[in-house]
Design a protein around this ligand. Sequence first.
Ligand code: GAR
Length: 187
Amino acid sequence: MVKKNACVFISGTGSNLKHLINNSRDYNFPVKISLVISNNPSSKGLAYAKKNSIPYLIIDTKKRNFEISTLNKIRKYKISIICLAGYMKILSKKFILSFSKRIINIHPSLLPKFKGLNTYARIIEKNEKKTGCTVHYVNDRLDDGKNIIQKSFFLNKNDNVNILKVKTQKLEYLAFSEAIRRIYRYS
Ligand code: GAR
């Protein structure tokens, strides 16, 4: 099977990246992780790119032309889909329009609920009965855009931020790959 090239954007731990890399080894998985981009030079997730000999790029979002140089790199690698996996910056409208292909993001809540940061603490504070994760198309608004897939579970009385994170991320690892499979099955 001829796989499309995917670029994964990260900012931190990169556990979603790790699972995407592992799942992409499956012969039938529609994409290959061909490029990793991080806005954070000390992002732990970069270790997965290095370990798997995947080219990576560290970007400085404070530099005026960083979007142009990022887009050039993405074009060079013939990227068909950008996956935001814990990338904690908002892509500009200009960047999104210039790329013109698919950009998807994973978020640890049942969007449109709980967009933004400190998601788990806010979910507990609001006494939510159910939570989960969402993979969605990206637009120029934070954690917005059409949903591709959601996975959910019911909260327990003693769930705290750490427990919620573990439970949610377990679902994220399944949801991200399932979303990618779904996109290419119907395209
Ligand atoms: C993930 O849980 C993802 O949902 C969240 O960051 C985490 C990154 O973890 N993203 C957002 O909150 C986006 N608004 P990872 O670096 O271990 O994959």
